[in-house]
Ligand binder design. Sequence first.
Ligand SMILES: Cc1cc2nc3c(=O)[nH]c(=O)nc-3n(C[C@H](O)[C@H](O)[C@H](O)COP(=O)(O)O)c2cc1C
Length: 176
Amino acid sequence: MAKVGVFFGTDTGNTRRIAKDITTALGSIAAKPVNVRNATVDDLLAYDTLILGVPTYGEGQLPGLSTGNATTSWEEFLPTLAGQDFSGKKVAIYGLGNQKSYPTEFVDAMFYLYEQFEQCGATLIGAWDTDGYNFKASKAVVDDRFVGLALDQENQKDLTPARLEAWLATLAPAWD
Ligand SMILES: Cc1cc2nc3c(=O)[nH]c(=O)nc-3n(C[C@H](O)[C@H](O)[C@H](O)COP(=O)(O)O)c2cc1C
């Protein structure tokens, strides 16, 4: 069975496209990406390593029905994790956002995944430098680094492939 599970939320498809790029890059060690609205907690617990994708909606919020997304998403899924045991699991987060339109809430939603999976006992991996981005504030910056990979398909799409490749290289010890 694949070692790495890739789960994402999305409204307009960017986070799904990145999930597919990730599984293409990882090859047979990664399972086919799954939209979190179709997933259960047990689906996530089936893997030792998880890569989780989340866009930010509203004003620095999780994607989901209350931020006007067409479907349920992380907003509805995260509460189902309360009290679950993810100890021994490694979790890496990537977040999509727009630093120009939302400079004070850039990729905030990553923080909410980080916080919940920490509470569940997971080991968070994949923190990422803030160099090269232009924003004023983000909840997703903890100890001067993003808690996961920040991607901006509206303003820095050209930088995404290299960022993704470098980030995946930092995660590789998790499954080697
Ligand atoms: C209504 C709306 C609100 C948004 N709010 C934020 C935000 O608060 N912070 C941010 O970084 N990006 C924000 N974004 C940008 C999205 O996160 C970005 O477009 C992302 O690529 C969408 O991902 P998706 O295509 O997977 O749904 C917002 C976009 C829309 C349309």
